[in-house]
Design a protein around this ligand. Structure first.
Ligand code: PHE
Length: 463
């Protein structure tokens, strides 16, 4: 048997895991759902979900991968036996990976399209977000445009997956994350200098609790899972390419920290512009594509800035997209003994087809909707809602129960500390005290499952 591929260095894993976490969720989705759900109040609940639920489950997911060196289905089987029903939790993850990628690659396609529009200099003719919004809607009314860019985005994911773990993926992440941060900083500084930028800051940081309703909790919880790539085995799969020497606790802190900082920076960059130009923060999934092009075009050096920004957004989307598809690919490779190439081709083709109704949600199928939470949901909306708000938290719930009770919290903590003994980082000292072990146990055994359960009950009107 060939040896399982591994990351070539500690930072390689952290960067790849951060590459999975940081993506459209941070720059596209966070601003638009925060915009629709009251800004600061949403941010506050979301941050609690990240700290109390996301971070502990992130540790556990990576650990399950490292311990078993397997895909999500295989990981549960390896610990709990071939006939165990826990493998269905892994299967749920494989299903979630399908659902997510079917809408994710449409937004990835938009990013590719906007990179090209930036190169063509289109944004210079956008005086404000309204005009940019009309352009966005017009483009999306053409099914060939949406499908074409979805195809380009999708092919780039397939290409990188085919070349394996270390090659392009690890190398690219190393260089790109810092560049993305730099550009975001520049956008933040510019946003803050705009007139009325304080209104945007107030929207994002000063909570108005009256904006909260039952669905806000589910959205914040679902987004915490989505943005950290949790609940479907993506982090488990990446963890399966780790060796015992790696410090999972430290890596989890770094990933969660970076991911949160990038989402907040994107929020500041966008809401300062939204409020300074009097635009509607509840514009929905197109928000980033309406707001940023006119802003970027007006900056000194805006042409190159706009190009770099959308290029980086595309790359952030590609590195996340890879981790989503990798779950299904590693399942076929480990469990059904497919070659990597065959697995990638088969899963790629299936997910590509599943994405077509989502692509058509903006044009031919825009009237094919079902009502959810009092709103008309298209295929695109349903895929997003089902994956982020149902499948991922449900997966997280089972992962917490598995680590806390089935595998036992003592074995989980012991296994987590394995890689930390000679660590130069701080993960070791943080988890190694009895207080933090107790806190970790409480979070995994009680708080996470109970909160997820309550949010579901509340959302569906049972309490
Ligand atoms: N975390 C990614 C983002 O924020 C999306 C993702 C979800 C990736 C689930 C993997 C698994 O864009």
């Amino acid at each position: 048997m060939t040896k399982r591929e591994q990351w070539s260095s500690k930072t390689g894993f952290i960067l790849a895991a951060a590459g999975s976490a940081v993506g459209l969720g941070n720059i596209w989705k966070f601003p638009y759902i925060a915009g629709e759900n009251g800004g600061a109040a949403f941010l506050f609940i979301y941050l609690i979900c990240i700290l109390a639920i996301g971070l502990p489950i992130l540790n556990v997911e990576i650990l399950l991968g490292r311990e078993t060196q397997k895909n999500p289905v295989g990981a549960f089987k390896a610990i709990h036996g071939d006939n165990s029903n826990w493998k269905y939790v892994g299967a749920l993850g494989v299903f979630a990976s399908f659902t997510i990628l079917s809408f994710y690659s449409i937004v990835g396609g938009w990013s590719v399209a906007y990179t090209i529009e930036a190169l063509k200099g289109t944004f210079a003719s956008f005086p404000n977000p309204e005009v940019a919004g009309e352009f966005f809607n017009l483009k999306n009314s053409n099914p060939y445009w949406v499908l074409g860019y979805h195809t380009i985005f999708f092919l780039s994911i397939i290409g990188i997956i085919l070349s394996g773990v270390k090659g392009g993926l690890e190398k690219a992440s190393k260089f790109l994350m810092p560049v993305l941060l730099l550009i975001l900083f520049a956008l933040v500084v510019n946003g803050l200098m705009l007139p009325d930028s304080d209104k945007g800051m107030e929207f994002l940081f000063s909570p108005d609790w009256s904006k909260i309703n039952p669905s806000t909790f589910l959205l914040a919880l679902g987004h915490a899972f989505f943005t950290l790539s949790l609940g479907m085995g993506a982090m488990m799969t990446y963890g399966s390419y780790l060796s015992d020497n790696d410090d999972i606790v430290n890596a989890s802190y770094m990933v969660a920290f970076l991911d949160t900082v990038i989402a907040i920076l994107a929020g500041v960059a966008i809401f300062t512009v939204v409020f300074s130009s009097g635009y509607d923060p509840t514009a929905g999934p197109g928000l980033v594509f309406h707001v940023l092009p006119p802003l970027l075009a007006q900056l000194p050096g805006g042409y190159i800035f706009a190009f770099l920004f959308f290029l980086l957004l595309t790359i952030a989307a590609v590195t996340s997209g890879i981790s989503i598809l990798e779950v299904s690919v590693s399942y076929l490779v480990d469990e059904l003994k497919f070659s990597r190439k065959k697995a990638t081709m088969i899963m790629g083709a299936l997910v590509y087809l599943a994405a077509i109704p989502c692509a058509l949600s903006f044009n031919l199928l825009s009237d094919a909707t079902i009502p959810i939470q009092g709103k008309a949901f298209t295929f695109f909306d349903v895929a997003d809602f089902l994956a982020s708000n149902i499948l991922l938290p449900l997966g997280g719930f089972f992962i917490a129960i598995f680590a806390g009770y089935v595998w036992s919290i003592d074995s989980t903590v012991k296994a987590l500390l394995k890689g930390n003994s000679e660590s130069l980082y701080f993960g070791n000292s943080i988890l190694n005290s009895s207080t933090s072990k107790t806190i970790f146990g409480l979070l995994i055994k009680y708080l996470s499952p109970v909160l997820i359960f309550l949010v579901f009950l509340y959302q569906f009107g049972w309490i």
